[in-house]
Each structure stands twice: as C-alpha cells, then as structure tokens.
Design a protein around this ligand. Structure first.
Ligand SMILES: NC(=O)c1ccc[n+]([C@@H]2O[C@H](COP(=O)([O-])OP(=O)(O)OC[C@H]3O[C@@H](n4cnc5c(N)ncnc54)[C@H](OP(=O)(O)O)[C@@H]3O)[C@@H](O)[C@H]2O)c1
Length: 320
C-alpha cells in the first residue's frame, strides 16, 4: 500500500511517500481502508518529536473508511462496516489499523469523508463546550484562531448552546470565514484583551478557548472575568513557559486547565455518545464542516507546511 513515512523527526520535509506492506490486524484490531485521513496539529507534534514518537513511523490519528478485515476477538465490527476514529495507528496511508474500542460507527447519512473531517476536532469542541466549561445561554466567550479547524467548530457549538462568540483571526479572509460560522465579533490579536473588555462592558469573559498557546496565553488570562476559566487546549504558536499559580489569585481567582481529548473520551461509551452528537448535528445540518483543502496522500508535506504557516482555514484532509 501507499503510505507516508516520517523517516526522522524534523520539519514537513521528513514526510515522504513510500510503499509499505499492508498492516495485519492484531487481536481486537480493525484494518480500515482509508477513505480520508484528517490532518491535525497533533500530527505536527508527532512529526517534530514534541510528543514522543519513534521514527520511522507513519503519522496520522484520524481516519474514516470501510473495515476490510478484523483481528481475533473483534465483536463490535465486521468487514464492510464504515467506521471513524481519532486514534488510528498510521492514518496517513491507504490502510490503517484501529483498536475496536477506539472506533465509532459512521451513520449511513454521513459520508466517510465528512466523518474524517469532523471527528477529532468535533469531539474536542464537544468536550470543551459541554464538559471543560459548559457554555450557558447568554455567555460571551473568546475563541482564538476562530477560522481554524477547531475554531470554526467551537464557534458553532457555542452558538448552538446559546452563547455569543468573540473570535481572533489574522487576516480579512479568516475574519469572513469566522463570521460565516456565527462569530458576532471578530478581532485581530493585537491588544485583544482590551478589545474583549470593551466588548463585554469591562467585565471580561467567563471562558477563553485557547489553542494558540505561547503567543496568546498572557492576553487570554487578561481577558477573563473573575473566576473565569482558561481552557488552554493547544499550542499552535509554541508551548507556554512555566507559570506561577499565585498569578491566578491576583488576576481574579482564575482557573487554568490544559485538557486533552483522551481524558474526555476515555471509555467507549463516552466516545460513542459524543461522536453520536457530532454526527447527529452534522446530518441534521446544525453543524457545518468547512474543508479548507483536500491534498493527495503523497502531498502530506505540503499540508503540514500550509497548516504551520497559518495559510489554512477549516479542516485539511489527505485523500489516498
Ligand atoms: N487538547 C485537545 O484535545 C486538542 C484536540 C484537537 C486540537 N487541539 C489543538 O487545537 C489547536 C488548533 O488545531 P487545528 O488543527 O484546528 O489547527 P488550526 O486552528 O486550523 O490552525 C492553527 C491556527 O492557529 C493560529 N495561530 C496563531 N498563531 C500561530 C502560530 N504562531 N503558528 C501557527 N498557527 C498560529 C492560526 O490562525 P490565525 O492565522 O487566525 O491566527 C492557525 O491557522 C492546536 O493547538 C491543536 O494542538 C487540541
């Protein structure tokens, strides 16, 4: 099969196409013929080694497609089923392995490619808006990188819950995209805490959804109302330097959390329940996924270059 291999840690150039033997499903595993693989920021952390990986390896955690074969002891799925996962092993490939406990069924009214474009970021937006901080009707919240894959889904879910969104973006095109997703106020990054205060009558917001990290961290804290929550869910601009918790007291008894998807879908039941919501909203037209670009599998390098250079909006897919 064709696959992408990261021969070593490094920049996007380490992602090269290769011919590999088809993977063989072990006990409890599914072999999935990949209809589409999602490109996620975590794939860049795996590529650089910021998150532990051992080259050579095939990156990619998010895929959807048809089950081609199953390993010993698989009871939940059978060949021919269409599944999606945010935990694939070697997703940037024509075929990938998935543990049955980490797969979810894709409903018949959701195309496999749509499933791959929404699952990982949809699950993340789900837990951030429903569990990390449960958005209440009338809340005004701050969403950074509002035109990104995560930002567009967060914006729509905050709206579904009756909230109002202030979004940050870096270009006029991204401003338009964020507004189309429902953001009421779209601002640049410069001096954003002051803009947020101005837009909230001087009070600040109860929650900031921050996947940008180093570049926005200080401003995000300064944008919160007393007892507000900073949900620091990523670090697209780099990791936040060490931080003294006493600062949270002085800034208004704030809360800081660094959540990650794995702990919010830790059981098959929680995974399925959140996935059913996400696919249900998609099928009902209550949630829209903007696919910014589809790349042929062999062009994984270009997808990573575009993502890290802030050239993209919405979701990026690799098509084998
Ligand atoms: N914790 C979790 O469970 C979880 C799950 C999924 C994703 N994430 C995190 O969510 C974040 C967004 O992921 P995504 O895949 O949806 O990416 P994305 O938001 O589509 O792309 C990243 C965006 O971040 C903004 N950005 C600001 N400063 C940047 C910089 N110095 N370098 C690069 N980008 C910068 C850019 O938007 P502007 O140009 O508008 O600033 C850029 O388009 C990532 O940090 C990712 O790790 C976390």
């Amino acid at each position: 099969m064709r696959a992408i291999v990261a021969e070593k840690h490094g920049g996007p150039e380490v992602l090269v196409p290769a011919d590999l033997p088809d993977p063989v499903p072990g006990p409890g595993q599914l072999l999935v013929r990949v209809a589409a693989a999602g490109v996620n920021y975590i794939d860049t952390y795996h590529r650089t080694g910021r998150y532990e990986t051992h080259p050579p390896f095939t990156p990619g955690v998010e895929v959807a497609g048809e089950v081609e074969a199953v390993g010993e002891g698989v009871t939940a799925f059978a060949p021919g089923d269409v599944v999606a996962t945010a935990d694939a092993i070697g997703g940037y490939a024509e075929k990938a392995l998935v543990d049955q406990a980490r797969a979810v069924p894709v409903p018949a009214d959701v195309e496999p490619e749509r499933a791959a474009s929404v699952l990982l970021q949809g699950l993340t937006a789900h837990y951030l808006t429903h569990s990390t901080y449960a958005v209440q009707p009338g809340d005004t919240v701050l969403v950074h990188a509002a035109a990104g894959g995560m930002g567009l889904l967060l914006t729509q879910l905050v709206k579904l819950l009756g909230g109002r969104v202030i979004g940050t973006v870096s270009t006029p095109l991204k401003e338009r995209v964020a507004r189309e997703a429902g953001a009421e106020e779209v601002i640049g990054y410069e001096d954003f805490p002051r803009r947020v205060k101005d837009l909230t009558g001087g009070r600040g917001v109860p929650v900031v959804y921050d996947g940008v990290g180093a570049a926005t961290f200080e401003g995000s804290l300064a944008s919160l109302q007393p007892r507000g929550l900073l949900a620091l869910y990523g670090a697209a601009s780099g990791p936040v330097p060490p931080f003294d918790p006493i600062r949270l007291a002085g800034a208004g008894s704030l809360f800081l959390t660094r959540p990650t998807l794995a702990h919010y879908v830790s059981t098959s039941e929680e995974l399925r329940t959140r996935a059913e919501d996400v696919f249900g909203w998609l099928a009902a037209g209550r949630l829209d996924v903007r696919v910014g670009e589809r790349y042929p599998l062999a062009e994984a390098r270009r997808a990573h270059e575009d993502l890290e250079a802030r050239r993209t909006t919405g979701k990026l897919l690799l098509i084998p």
